[in-house]
Design a protein around this ligand. Structure first.
Ligand code: SF4
Length: 270
């Protein structure tokens, strides 16, 4: 991710019982950064940091930010839509919307930065692959459906709302995400569910239940991403609650087999 400069303490937003969000305007020097993720040519990230604050998030490590401040201090790139409009005619290839942040995290409800970027992408008829954990994306269903080449992944790591609240404390609960996936499909958006990372304490029957529920919500494609342990992530996971670390680890092969059972296509994320 390109380096950005924090310039102005713009606002402090009240976000409920959790610690208050500190939002700052960030001036980006470029909108589209080269991406090495499979299938993506560019990364587009309207925010720096992510309110969802998932304890397994790798993004602060990739972007060299403080993992403990990741969910509390969020920068918003206010000049991104204007930069994007200038870059789109020059930079061709699939744009990964949300490679190191969630573009539909709660602050987007107020700022509409992601929506304004999508409008530029639609005008340029550029290909985009978006990823989120938020049902706020349903707000943009019509816009997403109008894109000639667009797909949306919705991440769901487990079905249990209590487990989700421990590891993804500010993301919408899993069933709301599945409902969002269903509504996007109904709107005509090409969607898939990302099951990842495979939590080290997710049992086979938990994954079976989740994939069964996804299938009944109309999901036809699943992408699976394995868990990549890192020192900081292991520490954060261990302090997020009591988990059954002794349960047999799920493999990608297990998920492929479960997807076949529930008649869904399965792909490996990386
Ligand atoms: S939603 Fe994605 S970017 Fe945001 S904290 Fe969770 S894993 Fe990180």
């Amino acid at each position: 991710m390109r380096e950005v400069q924090m310039t102005l303490l713009q606002s402090t937003l009240d976000d409920g019982p959790m610690p208050r969000l500190r939002a700052k305007e960030v001036r980006a020097s470029a909108a589209l950064s080269p991406s090495r993720l499979p299938g993506l040519r560019w990364g587009l990230n309207p925010y720096v940091g992510c309110e969802h604050d998932c304890v397994y998030c790798y993004a602060p490590y990739v972007t060299k930010k403080d993992p403990l401040a990741w969910g509390r201090d969020v920068g918003y790139r206010a000049n991104l839509p204007e930069l994007l409009a200038k870059e789109l005619p020059l930079k061709r290839g699939v744009i990964g919307l949300g490679t190191v942040t969630d573009p539909w995290q709660p602050i987007e409800k107020t700022l509409l930065l992601t929506r304004r970027c999508l409008m530029q992408i639609a005008a340029a008829m550029a290909p985009v692959s978006a990823l989120t954990k938020s049902d706020l994306i349903v707000r943009d269903a019509e816009l997403l459906a109008s894109l000639p080449r667009g797909e949306v992944g919705i991440t769901v790591t487990c079905l249990d709302p209590e487990l989700s609240a421990k590891v993804e404390p500010k993301a919408p609960p899993p069933r709301r995400r599945l409902e969002a996936l269903s509504r996007l499909q109904e709107a005509g958006v090409d969607t898939y569910m990302l099951l990842g990372p495979l939590l080290p304490f997710l049992a086979l029957n938990d994954a079976d239940e989740l994939l069964s529920e996804a299938a009944s919500c109309g999901c036809r494609r699943v992408m699976v991403d394995r868990y990549r342990p890192r020192q900081g992530i292991e520490t954060r996971l261990s302090s997020a609650g009591e988990f059954d670390w002794s349960c047999p680890k799920l493999s990608e092969r297990d998920v492929f087999e479960l997807c076949a059972k529930h008649k869904m296509k399965c792909e490996s994320a990386f």
